[in-house]
Write a protein that binds this ligand. Structure first.
Ligand code: GDP
Length: 138
């Protein structure tokens, strides 16, 4: 069990003006921000981040979507961070997400689902390293 996870607020949510409300929900749930940046991914960068999904039928849509506008990338800290954050964001498809979760509150569809949350401690480290140098985190 690690105490860190990685998140992105996705382009659908930043463009709809949900960034502040989502960060507020994350912080009120007990997570501390250890690194954060507001950036726009190129198609190539989005493809590299989601390389594991390259063979999936939705890969092209996912890359187009994730490079369509700015995102907020962040490393978060809390006891049991990965599992607790997955619970806070809810199911991938907002139609199946529990009441009160971030995806239930802010997401429109399975593709444009407002937030990313790492699915394992190992991926949390890989994903955090993708975005942040040692100088950019504490
Ligand atoms: P997550 O761990 O809950 O984010 O879900 P996955 O790892 O299964 O999928 C990664 C991301 O790909 C999701 O968050 C969605 O943005 C996207 N995605 C997953 N399934 C679909 C789909 O059926 N269609 C589209 N367009 N995007 C999808």
């Amino acid at each position: 069990m690690s105490n860190r996870t990685f998140t992105m607020i996705k382009p659908d949510a930043t463009s709809k003006g949900y960034t502040g409300a989502i960060l507020d929900q994350i912080i009120k749930a007990g997570f501390t921000v250890k690194a954060m940046k507001w950036i726009k991914l190129s198609e190539e960068q989005a493809g590299l981040f989601y390389d594991i999904h390259r063979a999936r039928p939705f890969f092209g849509e996912l890359v187009d979507f994730m490079s369509s506008g700015p995102i907020v990338a962040a490393i978060l800290e809390k006891e049991n961070a990965v599992a607790d954050f997955r619970e806070l964001i809810g199911a991938t498809n907002p139609a199946n997400a529990a009441e009160g979760t971030i995806r239930k509150n802010f997401a429109a569809s399975i593709g444009e689902n407002a937030v990313h949350g790492s699915d394992s401690d190992e991926n949390a480290v890989i994903e955090g390293d993708f975005f942040f140098s040692k100088l950019e985190r504490f």
